[in-house]
Write a protein that binds this ligand. Structure first.
Ligand SMILES: Nc1ncnc2c1ncn2[C@@H]1O[C@H](COP(=O)(O)OP(=O)(O)O)[C@@H](O)[C@H]1O
Ligand SMILES: [Mg+2]
Length: 469
């Protein structure tokens, strides 16, 4: 009952751009055909007619040696002489002032003076094979009328031939153009329909659906590639968003459970002095939970890429120097040794606050996880690939098969579980690196050694020129 318009999957093909383009092309080609037709038609027929007219004028000159002053009797004589010599090549009619025929090989009422094209009055023609005449009629001074004509059948035939050729060519051009246009239109429509179908399935909830590529590398494929890349990114973000909700719920459970336990114990404790301690501990636990929420939210925000809008030119050397200065004393007090080698004026584009946080995370990881009296080295260098920053320690490092787990949210490896932390430092750092288009890799600082240590390498893309804006 309900009328759906336009029916999905069958939009009017005539409205597709392919058909419109083809129609335009066909129209232009048809215009060209018209121009060619006009040029050939008037060029060929015009010059043919000129040739015929010239021979008529010539002949009249011979029949009328004194022009219109020639007496009609003399003209009649000349006509008879000419007819005896070249019968039926040329047509003559001489009529007296009263219309009576005086001489000639044509019997017909003479038209008014001037040029005419005469069609044969009957199927037999004026003579065998002559159906059209090109004639000139002249009035002589003595009142007689002279008609001289030549065979114009050629003009007639040529005229018909040119018209027919034109109509065929014109029709073919138009119809071929339209057929090709409908073909292209259908093809384009099929591609667009595939995109619509995929989009509808995606809207219906299948986020993993992608637009199919034809493999031709044409503009549709390029568009589909771009849209697919966008969908990849969106799917990633959606999954992250879902994961963040889960993570928060999941990871707030244990701090909240601990908090509840603390409060319950305090409630049961009859000693009022213990209440103060319990409250202090509860506050510390709530602070921990808040820090956890903050870290999760920051991670989610970084992964959306929104912070990229606030990117500016950063003096990375300066940033690293200040960071090392801050951590040197902390490291020393904890019994570690932090050394840095950073050349002058390394520059990248980025968000200073996030970069600070990333390097601080990595240095803190080394101080927390590399064991007692760790040696921590920060080295930066400008290479062809870009600005390389490498942070090494001489701790136990992370075994290659565990690096994935360490990079995962809340991923904490066995020996680290009893140390403070939420397992968000590495994923946060990796996300910040990705936001900066920097390659982020974990490997061993001294492969094969007893304590291989961890080396974190960051490669920031080279040069500002490659980045618009
Ligand atoms: N420098 C390092 N040396 C050895 N292990 C490390 C190092 N940095 C990180 N790790 C391991 O990777 C895990 C994840 O690190 P991270 O995400 O920063 O979480 P957290 O530091 O809160 O435990 C750590 O729990 C630890 O097991
Ligand atoms: Mg950490």
């Amino acid at each position: 009952m309900t009328r759906r318009w336009p029916a999905p999957g069958h939009p009017a093909i005539l409205r597709t751009s392919g058909v419109r383009l083809a129609a335009l092309g066909a129209a232009v080609a048809a215009m060209g055909a018209v121009i060619v037709f006009v040029v050939i038609y008037y060029g060929t027929l015009g010059s043919l007619r000129q040739t015929l007219d010239a021979s008529v004028t010539n002949e009249i000159g011979e029949i009328l040696p004194q022009g219109t002053a020639t007496p009609s009797a003399e003209a009649a004589g000349a006509i008879r002489a000419a007819l005896a010599e070249k019968p039926f090549r040329i047509f003559y009619a001489l009529a007296g002032p009263n219309g009576a025929a005086l001489a000639g090989n044509l019997r017909l009422p003479l038209p008014a003076p001037g040029w005419h094209t005469l069609d044969a009055p009957h199927a037999g023609g004026f003579a065998p094979g002559v159906t059209e005449l090109r004639v000139l009629v002249i009035r002589l001074r003595d009142g007689a009328s002279l008609l001289v004509g030549v065979d114009g059948t050629m003009i007639h035939r040529l005229n018909a031939l040119i018209r027919r050729s034109f109509l065929i060519g014109f029709g073919l051009t138009l119809s071929l153009g339209l057929v090709a246009g409908i073909g292209f239109g259908r093809k384009a429509l099929a591609r667009v329909n595939a995109v619509s179908l995929a989009s509808r399935e995606i809207m219906a909830g299948d986020l993993s659906r992608r637009i199919p590529l034809a493999g031709t590398g044409d503009e549709f494929d390029r568009l589909a590639e771009t849209v697919n890349a966008m969908l990849d990114r969106m799917q990633h973000l959606m999954e992250n968003l879902g994961a963040v909700g889960n993570d928060i719920a999941h990871d707030l459970r244990s701090p909240l459970a601990r908090l509840r336990e603390t409060l319950e114990l305090a409630q049961r404790d009859p000693d009022p002095a213990a209440a103060g301690d319990a409250i202090a501990e509860a506050i510390a636990q709530v602070d921990g939970a808040l820090a956890l929420c903050g870290a999760i939210l920051r991670l989610a925000q970084i992964e959306t890429g929104a912070r990229r809008a606030s990117f500016s030119d950063i003096d990375l050397s300066d940033l690293l120097d200040r960071l090392v200065e801050t951590y040197e004393t902390v490291a020393e007090e904890a019994g570690h040794n932090l050394v840095a080698h950073v050349p002058r004026s390394l520059s990248i584009r980025g968000d200073a606050q996030l970069l600070n946080q990333m390097f601080a995370n990595l240095i803190e990881n080394a101080m927390t996880h590399a064991g007692e009296a760790a040696r921590i080295a920060l080295v930066a260098v400008a290479a062809a690939a870009g600005v390389v920053v490498r942070l090494e320690d001489d701790g136990p490092g992370i075994a290659p098969e565990q690096r994935g787990a360490a990079l995962r949210r809340f991923g904490r490896l066995d020996p680290a579980r009893h140390r403070p932390g939420y397992g968000l430092g590495l994923p946060l750092s990796a996300a910040i690196a990705e936001l900066h288009d920097a390659a982020f890799t974990l490997d061993a600082a001294a492969p094969g050694a007893d304590r291989p240590g961890l080396a974190v390498t960051l490669v920031f893309p080279a040069g500002d020129a490659s980045r618009p804006g």
